[in-house]
Ligand binder design. Sequence first.
Ligand SMILES: Nc1ncnc2c1ncn2[C@@H]1O[C@H](COP(=O)(O)OP(=O)(O)O)[C@@H](O)[C@H]1O
Ligand SMILES: [Mg+2]
Length: 216
Amino acid sequence: MKKGLIGIELGSKNLRIYSKEKDQILRLKNVIALTEDSETAAVGNEAFSMYEKEPHQIQIITPMVHGVIGDYTNMRRLLAQILRRYLRKLKKYEFYMAVPSDITGVERRAFYDLMLESFRSVKEVRLCPKPMADAVGLGIDVGAPCGNMVINMGADTTEISVISLGGIVRSRLVKQGGSQIDQWMISKLKRNYNIEIGMKSAERLKLLYARREEEG
Ligand SMILES: Nc1ncnc2c1ncn2[C@@H]1O[C@H](COP(=O)(O)OP(=O)(O)O)[C@@H](O)[C@H]1O
Ligand SMILES: [Mg+2]
């Protein structure tokens, strides 16, 4: 049986799944919505569309916190549903998972177990440090004997790393990211103009502004 190759990144905000076979990246919100009885109401983008609009019977959960698994049970439920939709049941898959570089042994184990428990036909699970995956993805010659600084800004973390000779020389995880900018915008609008907006609108505004700056 031919095996498939899948790359996974579990971000605090976005979940990305790469399929080598399809040469496609599936990007969706890493969010799950639960009912009062703790049943799954929705996952991914559908769950995110309920965020800031939900009645009290529905709870929206982001299972990843600062790059590590904060809520194991719900992360497993979310990932299992997405993989079941996206992958073929009978095929064996090899998974490469990008994980933060400075995690504890227990956190590593949790990533590993999560993968094994989320999908039936797992042939193999390999964990890859995120800065290394970023550098390779950017086309940097990671094996060269010189320092390459990689900065990955996510929603609630920023990881700054230096890569040389195929390894990570230094890495620091700062527990602040893009959501902090959204939060600053919310506070500023409230304080200066008495306008109240939510996190979703703040992010949309920020991205619009960033795009305008890029386009000049
Ligand atoms: N062009 C951009 N300019 C500024 N911030 C951006 C831009 N594109 C995305 N972001 C921000 O990056 C963060 C998402 O990064 P991502 O790596 O997808 O999240 P995570 O890995 O934490 O799930 C969000 O806060 C988003 O608003
Ligand atoms: Mg990220």
